[in-house]
Design a protein around this ligand. Structure first.
Ligand code: ADP
Ligand code: MG
Length: 323
């Protein structure tokens, strides 16, 4: 079995250009670009909570960094450095060294794709837990915050919502999917694509943004609270895949769409005058960007169906501490 030192050397240490001092000392040293602000965020994946322990380790490595990239996207920041805190069950390493190389492969693949350097971390043993801290850069004053929404803003979302939640229902054998449908939804669940370029292009155009990790209603709700605003959205307008559409208008499908979570799409608000610019970003990036409603005065989030009736969902989103 590998020692902690061997694990770090073999699986995680890689040459990096963007670092003054990387893995191997008591701390990493980085040099932020002059006049840029730093965006810093951490996201932890807990076994049994965020994933099943028998999940493909390559996909787990990929997702661990992807969900953190998504936070950078939501701020409009360019991701640059990550640290990785790994707690590994001894059993897993003794019996299955392939696990680590596959996990590292998924992690490094996505890091390299986005020119993000792994500059340090911590490795301990215990129940499987993966913590990633990410540091990005953004021009001073340009970050996309949750508290910037203004009454009259359009509300937009990227991509399609609900497929990851649908995949989870499928894994738990609550619904049936064809092989092709399952493949599509599973990739949304296990290998989400962080909208990094989109986030950066939205700086200067959007008033506020958030990435949808807990569910549209919950996350848009965070924008509304931070911005002291209300919103009205149209269920019909919320973009979804053909797979999810097949399950509409069942309450299961509506729940996945509005409150499923694990989407890692961006929800943002922008003044109406920026509609054309936003549509040209959609064309440039070949990502659907869909207007789903409007920011209003007051408080609360109203979701309307095609007949103008208010829709209520059982749970607005995922909450670790809710009963
Ligand atoms: P210390 O003795 O200060 O606790 P460690 O032995 O924990 O240092 O780590 C040695 C070096 O390896 C440090 O540079 C640390 O940042 C890095 N490191 C430890 N675990 C990881 C990991 N999982 N991924 C990347 N770097 C790691
Ligand atoms: Mg240590």
């Amino acid at each position: 079995m590998s020692s902690e030192f061997e694990i770090i050397q073999r699986y995680f240490k890689r040459p990096t250009n963007d670092t003054i001092l990387g893995i191997g000392d008591d701390a990493a040293i980085i040099a932020p670009t002059a006049k840029m602000e730093l965006a810093i965020s951490t996201d932890t994946l807990v076994s049994g909570q965020h994933f099943f322990e028998d999940v493909d380790p390559y996909k787990l490595g990929y997702k661990a960094i992807s969900v953190n990239l998504s936070d950078m996207a939501a701020m409009g920041a360019r991701p640059r450095w990550v640290t990785l805190s790994l707690t590994l069950p001894k059993k897993l390493i003794e019996y299955n060294e392939v696990w680590l190389s596959e996990f590292a492969r998924g992690f490094h693949e996505l890091a390299q794709m986005h020119h993000v350097a792994l500059i340090g971390g911590d490795t301990t043993s215990g129940p499987l837990n993966i913590g990633v801290q990410i540091i990005g850069e953004i021009e001073s004053g340009q970050s996309l915050r949750r508290d910037g929404a203004k009454s009259g803003d359009d509300i937009w979302v990227s991509g399609y919502l609900g497929d990851a939640a649908l995949a989870l229902k499928f894994e738990l054998q609550k619904i049936k999917l064809t092989d092709k449908e399952a493949e599509l939804c599973m990739s949304a669940l296990h290998m989400p694509i962080a909208r990094i370029e989109l986030g950066q292009l939205l700086t200067g155009l959007a008033h506020s943004a958030i990435d949808i990790s807990d569910g549209l209603m919950a996350d848009l709700g965070h924008i509304l609270v931070s911005s002291r605003s209300a919103a009205i959205i149209q269920l019909e307008a919320v973009p979804c895949s053909e797979v999810l559409k097949r399950f509409l208008p069942s309450s299961l499908a509506v729940q996945c769409l509005l409150a499923g979570g694990d989407d890692y799409e961006l929800c943002f608000t922008a003044p109406k005058k920026n509609r054309n610019s936003i549509e040209s970003i959609a064309q440039k990036l070949k990502i659907p960007l869909t207007m789903i409603g409007e920011i209003t005065q007051g408080e609360g989030l109203l979701v309307m169906d095609a007949e103008g009736r208010e829709i209520t969902v059982e749970k607005r989103g995922y909450d670790h501490f809710a009963s």
